[in-house]
Structures are given as structure tokens and as C-alpha cells.
Design a protein around this ligand. Structure first.
Ligand code: CO8
Length: 263
């Protein structure tokens, strides 16, 4: 499939999606969201893809939010449809079985910040700025931000970001736990790739099990979470990767995970 608003590449099992509307700071218009949705579907069916990296085209922006020229024209019903649609696409991103790394190269605002919130690992350039500025438009975050942000950084910190609409630099995003690590702009993609390659070298079944256990467990009570973990652990026990990992240890060699989901 050809995309005009994103660039999609796959190399050595590592997929990269570049949001590609640099003239509009990679704002999420309807067309881009549809392409994003399609590519997420394709990734979820491709067993050869082990890790996904998301980043933005150009030097300035990851994604500067939903496209305000489109938002400005919506009535209530259209707004609801747009929000529901965005929630479902970003939900699809979060539900991907493989790990997703956001390489935030610049502005991650509004819907852009909400994309980041659905990723598993967030690396940021020193130049990156984060924020949920919807309040300045007379709106609120509509792609899951009011729900995911407080769960990630705590209610009060999330309220401050959402009520003030203020942008925060990568250094502050790091201290509040919105970002894993901050790098010099030139090192960002290199570091994201390094981590992606390391993760890609691990067992596919155990990676999936770990992601599912964390994502499902975080919204459950602790006892339910332990049950989710035990089930995920049991799943790993029947995998070829478990046989390889434990044998390699006992034979004092490096494990080579074949990355198959088949028995
Ligand atoms: N939508 C459309 N165009 C945009 C957007 C955007 N979100 N952001 C930037 N652009 C465009 C600008 O209009 C400008 O276009 P042009 O050159 O044609 O005038 C171009 O990108 C460059 O932008 P600036 O000249 O403004 O660049 P600056 O460096 O001066 O400023 C900023 C950069 C601070 C990022 C500034 O552009 C800005 O504030 N952008 C808007 C950020 C924002 O408010 N984002 C939140 C949008 S709302 C949202 O995401 C809601 C999600 C959930 C929706 C659910 C609702 C139903």
C-alpha cells in the first residue's frame, strides 16, 4: 500500500513509521489517521515485525496534535466521531503485540502526546516539547489523554498539564515519568534503533507475554494482575524460545531466539 502522509519501512524486523506532514508539523488529519490505522493493521498481521518505532518528519515536530483546520469545522457529532475514531486507532497502537518505541524528535502536542502515551518506551530529543494544549482551543484531550496521562504520571501532574495547556521540555517530561530517556537530537534515532535491535533479539513469545501482562495488569487490581502474570508465564513455558533460553544458559552459550510463534 502507498502512503502519502506517513513513511513506512521495515528493516531486519524493525518497522518504522514516520509521520510525514512536516509543513503542518505532522498534524494528524483524517487522511493521515486512516493511513496510520491501515499500517497498524498490516503490522499486527506481520509476524516478521518484532519492534515498531514511531517518529516525525523534519527537525521540528513529532506530531503537533490533531489538525486544527479540520477540528475547527466539526460540529458535536463530527467531533464525537473524530474522537472515537482517534481513540480506536490509538487503542490499536497500544494493543499491538510487539513493543513500540516513540522517538520524539520535536513537538508532541495534543493528539501527538496522546500517541506517545500509547507507546511502550519513550525516547525524546533534547529539543522535544510535550503538552496537551487542547484547553487553549476550548477543547479537552480526545484521543485518550484524560485517561492515559493520569494513569502514567499521576492525577495532579496530569491535571496541571491539561488545565494549563502549558508545554513542558523533554527534561521535565523525564522527571515526571512521561519519557524514559533524553538524547541529543542527532543521537535520538540511533539510540531508538539500538534499543529496538536489543529487544528484537529476545524471544517473541516472552516479549508478547510481558507486554500483555503489564498492559492488562495495570488496570486491574493486584490479585487479578498476579493471575494475568501467572497465565502469561504459563504461556512462555510452552514456547520454543523458553527451551532455547534455558538450554543456552545450561550449555553456557548465548541464546538464539528464532522468533517464531509456532510450536
Ligand atoms: N493543526 C494544523 N496545522 C498546524 C498544527 C495543528 N495542530 N500545528 C501547527 N500547524 C501548522 C501551522 O498552522 C503552520 O502552518 P502555516 O505555515 O501554513 O501557517 C505550520 O504548522 C507551522 O506552525 P507554526 O508557524 O505555528 O510554528 P511555530 O514554531 O511558530 O509554533 C507550535 C509551533 C507551538 C507547535 C504551534 O504550531 C502550535 O501551537 N500548534 C498547535 C498545537 C496544538 O494546539 N495542538 C493540539 C491540537 S488539538 C488536538 O490535538 C486534540 C486531539 C484530540 C481531538 C479529539 C477532538 C474531537
Amino acid at each position: 500500500m502507498d502512503y502519502t502522509n506517513i513513511i513506512f519501512t521495515v528493516e531486519d524486523g524493525i518497522a518504522t513509521i514516520v509521520f510525514n506532514r512536516p509543513k503542518a508539523l505532522n498534524a494528524l488529519n483524517d487522511e493521515l489517521m486512516m493511513e496510520f490505522s491501515g499500517v497498524l493493521d498490516a503490522i499486527s498481521c506481520d509476524e516478521n515485525i518484532r519492534v515498531l518505532i514511531l517518529t516525525g518528519a523534519g527537525e521540528k515536530s513529532f506530531v503537533a496534535g490533531a489538525d486544527i483546520t479540520e477540528l475547527a469545522k466539526f460540529n458535536s457529532l463530527e467531533g464525537k466521531i473524530f474522537s472515537k475514531n482517534g481513540q480506536s486507532i490509538i487503542g490499536k497502537l497500544q494493543e499491538l503485540a510487539i513493543p513500540v518505541i516513540a522517538a520524539v524528535n520535536g513537538f508532541a502536542l495534543g493528539g501527538g502526546n496522546e500517541v506517545v502515551l500509547a507507546c511502550d518506551i519513550v525516547y525524546a530529543s533534547e529539543k522535544a516539547m510535550f503538552g496537551l494544549p487542547e484547553i487553549n482551543l476550548g477543547l479537552i484531550p480526545g484521543f485518550g489523554g484524560t485517561q492515559r496521562l493520569p494513569r502514567l504520571i499521576g492525577t495532579n501532574m496530569a491535571k496541571e498539564m491539561i488545565f494549563t495547556g502549558k508545554m513542558i521540555p523533554a527534561s521535565e517530561a523525564l522527571t515526571i515519568g512521561l519519557v524514559n530517556k533524553v538524547f541529543a537530537p542527532d543521537a535520538l534515532m540511533e539510540e531508538a534503533l539500538k534499543t529496538a535491535k536489543l529487544i528484537a533479539s529476545k524471544g517473541k513469545v516472552s516479549l508478547r507475554a510481558a507486554k500483555q501482562a503489564i498492559n492488562k495488569g495495570i488496570n486491574a487490581d493486584l490479585v487479578t494482575g498476579f493471575c494475568i502474570e501467572a497465565d502469561a508465564f504459563a504461556l512462555c513455558m510452552s514456547s520454543k524460545d523458553k527451551n532455547e533460553g534455558t538450554s543456552a544458559f545450561l550449555e553456557k552459550r548465548k541464546a538464539v531466539f528464532k522468533g517464531t510463534l509456532k510450536d
